[in-house]
Design a protein around this ligand. Structure first.
Ligand SMILES: C[S@@+](CC[C@H](N)C(=O)[O-])C[C@H]1O[C@@H](n2cnc3c(N)ncnc32)[C@H](O)[C@@H]1O
Length: 218
C-alpha cells in the first residue's frame, strides 16, 4: 500500500496510508504517543511492578520499529535488565521508507542504532545490542502461537476502523495465551467493545489517560 511521510505535532514523523486515511502513529505526536502508551504504561509499569531481571516483549505490529527503539533506549538505562523483544509484522516497511523517518534525530541518538533494528535478520533471535535480543517474525498475527512466553504485549495494530478483524475475540484470546502469569498488555485503543472482549477473556482491564489527542487507552 502506498505510504506518505507525515510530520506529527511533536516534531517526529510517521507514515500515512492515504488509501485508509490511517497513520502508523498519532498525528498529535508519534514519539509522544509511543512513549506514553507503550513505554510509560507498558514497559516502565511492568518493570516497576515486578523488578524482573528479564522482560520478554511481544509487539503486535513491528512497523517502523519505533517501539523497539524506545524500549531499547529505556532498558539500557536500567542496569542488569535483559530484554527479549519479538516483533510480528506481516508487511515489513521498506528500508528506504525507514530512512525517511526522523526518530533518531528527534531522540538525539545515533541513527545506526535505529537502522540496526531494521537490518537484523528475520525469523532469528539476534543480539542487537548488549542485553537486547530481537526476533522479528514476518507473519500475520493470526498465525502466531506463543503460549505463556511473554511478560508484556504491545498491541499496536492499525485501528478498529480499518482493521476490525484484528480487534476481535480470537486475537485477544491468542494474546492472553501468549502472556505469562502477571503479564500485561497495553494498547492505545479504549473502545468499549475492545474492553468488553478483554474482560470476557480474563484480562483485568484498566482505562488510563491517553496520550495527547486521545482521552483514554487500555
Ligand atoms: C499502527 S501500525 C504499527 C506501528 C508500529 N508499532 C510502529 O511503531 O511503527 C500497525 C502495523 O501492523 C501491521 N499489520 C497489519 N495487519 C497485520 C497482520 N494481520 N499481521 C501482522 N501485522 C499486521 C502493519 O503492517 C503495521 O506495520
Amino acid at each position: 500500500m502506498k505510504k506518505e511521510l507525515l510530520l506529527t505535532n511533536d516534531g517526529s514523523t510517521t507514515l500515512h496510508l492515504p488509501k485508509w486515511n490511517e497513520q502508523y502513529h498519532s498525528k498529535h505526536g508519534a514519539i509522544q504517543e509511543a512513549m506514553h502508551v507503550f513505554i510509560k504504561h507498558g514497559f516502565q509499569y511492568f518493570y516497576n511492578k515486578e523488578k524482573p531481571s528479564t522482560i520478554s516483549v511481544l509487539e503486535i505490529g513491528f512497523g517502523t520499529g519505533l517501539n523497539a527503539l524506545l524500549t531499547y533506549l529505556t532498558a539500557k538505562e536500567i542496569s542488569d535488565l535483559q530484554v527479549d523483544y519479538t516483533g510480528l509484522e506481516a508487511y515489513p516497511v521498506a528500508i528506504e521508507e525507514i530512512e525517511t523517518l526522523n526518530f533518531a534525530e528527534q531522540l538525539a541518538v545515533d541513527k545506526t542504532i535505529y537502522t540496526k533494528l531494521h537490518t537484523s535478520a528475520w525469523e532469528k533471535k539476534e543480539v542487537i545490542f548488549n542485553k537486547f535480543n530481537l526476533k522479528k517474525r514476518n507473519i500475520h498475527f493470526e498465525e502466531f502461537t506463543g503460549l505463556g512466553n511473554f511478560n508484556l504485549i504491545y498491541f499496536d495494530a492499525f485501528g478498529p476502523r480499518v482493521q476490525p478483524e484484528l480487534w476481535k475475540e480470537p486475537i485477544f484470546e491468542q494474546m492472553f495465551a501468549a502472556l505469562k502469569p502477571n503479564g500485561v498488555l497495553v494498547t492505545y485503543s479504549a473502545k468499549g467493545e475492545v474492553r468488553r472482549i478483554m474482560q470476557k477473556i480474563g484480562f483485568t482491564v484498566e482505562r488510563l489517560p491517553g496520550p495527547p489527542g486521545k482521552r483514554e487507552m487500555l
